[in-house]
Design a protein around this ligand. Structure first.
Ligand code: PLP
Length: 289
């Protein structure tokens, strides 16, 4: 199990990998990124992730290196790390700053790729489900830092996770609400709930990241006759009183939630619809890789 990092066309072990302190990613969080997992050693939904990386960069007027350069760096880094299953983080910063914030003052974009062991949650968490806390830190307003852009500026989510862990050290994820009080998403995941028999997830318009896994689960629901409402508002109480809930992310796939704010959700076990979607998603990943 090892970690390898690709910077400026060269590969390094973590203790030797460094970017200049004037890099705008370090100074301002002025960067975009993606996290991609593997299944049987093959990258899962890479195309979707590269597409979102391009969309994020476009929204920030940040220039990306050519796509073949990014893909080559990803493959070389994974091969050098040599893990059976990998978590690959692709980061592009706006390059080095002179002295001011003006993005026009930036140098060339800097590509960094980190390949490390996948580190997915242990299998028992998929049996027991996880605990989440709905925190008071609100999700960024779309007109401030749009959550739909996967940028390196994660302070909002870092503070949310800190609050959740202070409340309950065993918590798995922090759930953030929007400024107008709707459940939005997890610090690094999207959320789904089954409320009164209906599968629901916050709509992208609420101000969330349109997760790749979320998109695949919506597609699976559609093709398997499971109706899913993309809700423009989901109150924290709707979420707490849901019969079932789950998180989605590239590293977690579909992960059941069985405790919210210290109380059991539904009957305290992963629900039937959650289990069905976990299976369907697993099949979809297997078919793709
Ligand atoms: C804020 C946020 N929401 C949702 C997700 C899940 O997105 P994906 O399914 O594309 O991994 C992530 C993943 O890191 C995230 O950081």
């Amino acid at each position: 199990m090892s970690i390898r990092i690709h910077i400026g066309g060269r590969l390094y072990p973590p203790e030797q990998a460094a970017v200049p302190v004037l890099d705008r990613g370090f100074l301002f969080g002025d960067s975009v990124y993606e996290t991609v997992g593997t299944n049987r050693g093959r990258l899962v939904f890479l195309e979707d992730h590269l597409h979102r990386l391009a969309r994020s960069a476009e929204r920030l007027y940040l220039r990306l290196p050519p796509r073949d350069e990014v893909e080559r760096a990803v493959r070389e880094t994974m091969a050098a790390a040599g893990n059976p299953e990998s978590r690959v983080r692709i980061i592009v910063t706006r390059g080095d700053a002179s002295v001011d914030l003006d993005p026009a003052a930036a140098g060339d974009p800097r590509l960094v790729v980190i390949a490390q062991p996948l580190g997915e949650p242990p299998p028992e968490l998929y049996e027991t489900g996880v605990e989440v806390e709905i925190v008071s830190v609100t999700r960024n307003l779309p007109r401030a830092i749009d959550p739909a852009v996967k940028s390196g500026n994660y302070l909002n989510n870092v503070l949310a996770m800190g609050e959740a862990r202070r409340r309950s050290p065993s918590v798995h994820e922090a759930i953030l609400c929007t400024a107008n009080g709707s459940v939005a998403e997890g610090a690094t995941s999207n959320v789904f709930a089954v409320v009164a028999g209906q599968l629901r997830t916050p709509a992208v318009e609420v101000g969330i990241l349109d997760g790749v896994t979320r998109g695949k689960v919506l597609q699976l629901a559609r093709t398997n006759g499971i109706s899913c409402q993309e809700a423009l508002f989901m109150s924290p109480d709707d979420f707490r009183r849901a019969d079932e809930a789950f998180l989605t992310s590239s590293v977690r796939s579909v992960l059941p939630v069985t405790r919210v704010d210290g109380l059991a959700l539904g009957d305290g076990k992963p629900g039937a619809l959650t289990r069905r979607l976990m299976g369907l998603y697993r099949q979809m990943v297997e078919a793709q890789t």
